[in-house]
Ligand binder design. Structure first.
Ligand code: ZN
Ligand code: ZN
Length: 349
């Protein structure tokens, strides 16, 4: 038996209950979760924004210890400390062959089956590829990166989603160059990581925009060179990163970039969100629009680099954690995230 926080109906509190977990298949790994952060994508899933079957276990920004491996797994072994990411890759599809495993469209048994059952034997679905709001879970082996002992689990968990999404959008998707200018719309968990990605890239000017003044103070401490509550105060930028999943923010970003500038759409929106842009400006000003899925991250290449940057004091992780909770307190951790009161709340098992 494993304890897990199960969503039985959208927008209702999770129920922490005993569930059973089947052993991993040949290319899968069972991980004992040590820490899992609450991300805005979990809020989308639990609100029903992405539809998806119920009951479901959310949670996808996690770290833990390998408990058991399937017969074909050689990349990790029991006892390894690992980061768990929703990114799953087959190594064989066109996207994987192009070196963009974050866009993998391979087929996985876990896309169709679940390893979780309720006490009365009903299947419970894996939310966002991870189902990490649980004491243990089963994931595909490609979703794991081994981490050193020096990296604490609660900090490590953040590298599973929010950090790689924000930093990767700047370094991988946009490839911002030294001396360029960057606007970041939204100074939440992903936005602050876009700010520190821009610092790592050597951006000359880094302007952060948010509706909440307190978040702007944090953005300054993460390396923003200027902050503002007013979109009109941002103009002629090389890049505008939209880290909130709100269509109006993309339209604002279009006003912020110079001719030839680039909008990078990073924040996950609701399924039905549609954005509206001035098409004339896209053509006449050669504006570029890039989507960034999980910061175009290649887990095995990018995560170890970020771990090193953290261990050398060049990447902030400690400052991203607002509060730590027990699994039994998970509804409170989710509620404060939903109110925008927290950067990252981490459930520590
Ligand atoms: Zn996430
Ligand atoms: Zn693939």
């Amino acid at each position: 038996m494993t304890k897990a926080a199960v969503c039985h109906s959208f927008s209702s509190p999770l129920v922490v209950e005993d569930v059973t977990l089947d052993p991993p298949a040949a290319d899968e790994v069972q991980v004992r979760i040590a820490a899992v952060a609450v991300c805005h994508s979990d809020l989308h899933l639990l609100a029903g924004d992405w539809l998806g079957p119920l009951p479901v276990i959310a949670g996808h920004e996690a770290a833990g210890i390998v408990e058991a491996v399937g017969a074909h797994v050689t990349s990790v072994k029991p006892g390894d400390r690992v980061i768990v990411s929703l990114l799953r890759s087959c190594g064989e599809c066109l996207q994987c062959l192009h070196g963009t495993p974050n866009n993998c469209r391979g087929s996985f048994a876990l896309d169709r089956d679940t390893r979780f059952r309720s006490a009365d034997g009903q299947p419970i679905h894996h939310g966002i590829n991870c189902a990490a709001f649980s004491e243990s879970t089963v994931v595909h082996s490609s979703q794991l990166v081994v981490i050193p002992d020096a990296l604490p689990f609660d900090r490590a968990a953040l590298l599973g989603c929010g950090v790689i999404t924000g930093v990767g959008a700047v370094l991988n998707t946009a490839r911002v160059q030294v001396g360029e200018s960057v606007a970041v719309i939204g100074a939440g968990g992903v936005g602050l990581n876009a700010v520190q990605g821009a610092v790592l890239a050597g951006a000359r000017e880094i302007v952060a925009l948010d509706l909440v003044p307190a978040k702007l103070d944090v953005a300054l401490s993460f390396g923003a060179t200027r902050v503002t509550l007013e979109p009109k105060e941002i103009r002629k930028m090389d890049y505008a990163f939209v880290t909130v999943g709100v269509p109006e923010a993309v339209a604002q970003a279009q006003q912020m970039i110079r001719p030839g500038g680039t909008i990078v759409v990073v924040g996950m929106p609701a399924l039905k969100a549609a954005m509206s842009l001035r098409m004339f400006d896209v053509v006449w000003s050669e504006q570029r629009i890039l989507g960034s899925r999980m910061g175009s991250t290649r887990l095995l290449l990018d995560v170890p680099r970020l771990v090193d940057l953290y261990l050398h004091g060049r990447l902030k992780l400690d400052e991203l954690i607002t509060e730590r909770y027990a699994l039994t307190e998970i509804n409170e951790a989710i509620a404060t995230m939903g109110r925008g009161d927290a950067l990252r709340n981490v459930v520590v098992m």
